[in-house]
Design a protein around this ligand. Sequence first.
Ligand code: BG6
Length: 455
Amino acid sequence: MTSTPTTLFILGASGDLTSRLLLPSLAALLQRQPQRRIAVRGAGTEAWDASTWRSVVSDAFTDAPDALDRVHIEDYVAADVTDRTAVASLVESLAPGTVLYFALPPAVTRAAIEAMQGLTLPEGTLLAMEKPFGDDEASARELNERLLALVPEQQVFRVDHFLGRSTLLNLLGVRLPHRIWEPVWSAEHIESVFIRFDESLALEGRARYYDKAGAMIDMIQSHLLQVLALLAMDPPASLDERDLRDAKAAVLRATHVRGDDPAASSRRARYTAGRVGDRELPAYVDEEGVDAARNTETLAEVTFEVSNDRWEGVPFVLRSGKALRAKHSEVVVTFRQVRHLPRGLAGQPADGGRLTFSLGPDTMVLGLHVTGGDDPFALRDEDLTADLGEGQRRSYEEALDELLDGEVALSVRADEAEECWRIIQPVRDAWAKGEVPLEEYAAGSLGPASWPTSN
Ligand code: BG6
């Protein structure tokens, strides 16, 4: 953390992401960190004057009025950031060490990076990018090449706000320091891994983006594969950006659709009309801006495997969907059954124990089989639950915290971004060919009844 102001220059300053997420997260971060000082600049398509920009920033600080005193609100420029002349003059105006945040739709980000080619960015300029990063492996690679022509990799921050979640970082905190976990963290002892992010939220007016992405790209490709990488990686020598990201990238390179059979290893579904809590939801296809012919899934499940010595044969099931009955986000590690249970012990446990990390509220639950009930030789299940705390930081705040300090360990590296597209491509192809039926589930339900994970 620093007391000298860092300049955050937001491209897309008049857009929804800036007012809805970026500025409020900045406000919360500054509220927690009284030493931090920030200068904010903006460029956007709206013809705002200085006072409009000032009030947009101030409004985001309504709940953090003290923090606003530590923000130096600088200029707002109405500019088309895809125009080379406009971009050249923006770049000219950058102070060294500026964080340039592309809070823009992906196509506009790409065009802005294109317009920057050949320009010289001042020393230490950090480029922050939102997901989705490209729309397939080739386009991600091309975007990476363009970025790396401007700044070195250590000055690119590809935001995955999941990597800022305290629960995910707890995966490392729980696993790495303990002899009770680390020696059993492999296919020899682990039967399966299930990474689930069910949401009760539906489309929330995001059809323009979501209808082209769908649940698999929106969540599995963008976030859950990173969770898999953190869970499955070899313990890194340090948590610096190189060691941590080398370890994750090695896992991702070894990851592929189970059996290389996307038709057998994936499912997809789309919600029909229903009720989530007290909200009546229309069918996904009747939401504004949705094109039913795109066959976009709102619930996806894909089983992967990590083909290396540690994990060969273990299914990693990744699932995420919208408009489900309740938010249900967890990572479940199921241990293999023991080889032998003594005769005379009643009960057949289905597994050799189960470790569950739940996100929000953050808890860790160790599902154990114990005796000691009415019958001292009968097994029953008991949970050991640990509250992992509120998670002081909202995930976006954590990403910003790192970014403003120029720390990129919790950002997605170029090769990881490309791998995540490579990993899901066979599923996209199989779905496009109609090899996997698009099932249905009622909004507010647990998902299609035939899916064993819908409980
Ligand atoms: C975003 C997805 O990246 O993550 C959303 O685009 C999803 O569809 C969101 O709802 C989930 O993250 P969080 O932090 O809002 O729970």
